[in-house]
Design a protein around this ligand. Structure first.
Ligand SMILES: [Zn+2]
Length: 254
């Protein structure tokens, strides 16, 4: 069971921190509407603030089950506020289902203990050319609207003596995708992680993805997609970059 008193104390503490962080007037009981609107614009323009996911130091003070319990109540509250009848059989299970999905699935990449193990191998066959893993499926969530981002990631690296299992690249993409994300940040985080695992700078990533917050609401442009890229080490060289892009454009049919 969640200790509600401790949680309230923690929430009070967080409120104070939020007040401090945004220089809000602590005497005000509600957010300033102008302030909220300025945050709104940041979100709708999808501006990220850092290459690290903004996460608090106490993010894992509660375990997964405690989080599910709290989020279940929060989702219930949202649905009730919208006027939905939660005694209806079709809606009854939704708060619990959403809470479990948030913690165990779509935001499980917030927890470092879910990071894929970094098993690398010696490059025994001395393969010295570029390795490309393309069309990796990306399912992520826009941190500004909490709506899906769906797309493909393409990764390349040039081994300097260490190689990584192919599926490891898919797993790294999935780990960073399973967070509230900004696509630019996700691209950088994937490259940084692979650079660390492979102990080399020569890593690149391109992501092409649809953001449902753009496709299904707001401007409602179903056709547009967003492309982001991060090129490390040798990939800053135009020819190397071109080679990578050529491989991505190969039509793979089996
Ligand atoms: Zn969005």
């Amino acid at each position: 069971m969640v200790n509600r008193k401790a949680l309230n104390n923690q929430n009070n503490y967080l409120c104070q921190e939020i007040v401090k962080l945004h220089n809000l007037n602590p005497m005000k009981t509600k957010f300033d509407i102008n302030e909220l609107e300025s945050f709104d614009h940041i979100g709708d323009n999808h501006i990220g603030t850092s290459s690290d996911t903004p996460i608090r130091e106490d993010a894992f003070r509660l375990n997964a089950n405690e989080k599910i319990e709290i989020i279940r109540d929060d989702v219930k509250h949202i649905m009730e506020t919208l006027g939905l009848d939660l005694s209806d059989d079709s809606l009854k299970g939704t708060p619990n289902r959403v809470a479990k999905m948030f913690v165990n699935e779509i935001f499980s990449g917030l927890d470092p203990k879910n990071k894929p193990k970094a098993s690398t191998f010696e490059n025994k066959y001395k393969y010295g050319e570029m390795l490309v893993e393309k069309n990796i499926t990306v399912y992520s969530t826009c941190e500004h609207h909490l709506l899906p981002i769906v797309g493909r990631a393409h990764i390349a690296y040039i081994s300097n003596g260490t190689v990584v299992g192919l599926s490891k690249m898919n797993r790294i993409v999935d780990y960073y995708a399973k967070r509230p994300q900004v696509q630019e940040r996700m691209t950088i985080q994937i490259v940084k992680e692979l650079q660390k695992v492979l102990n080399c700078e020569d890593v690149a990533c391109i992501i092409d993805a649809k953001h449902l917050c753009v496709n299904s609401r707001g401007i409602r442009d179903i056709e547009s997609s967003t492309v982001t890229s991060e090129f490390g080490g040798q990939f800053k060289n135009k020819d190397v970059r071109r080679e990578f892009i050529n491989y991505i454009q190969l039509e793979t049919k089996f």
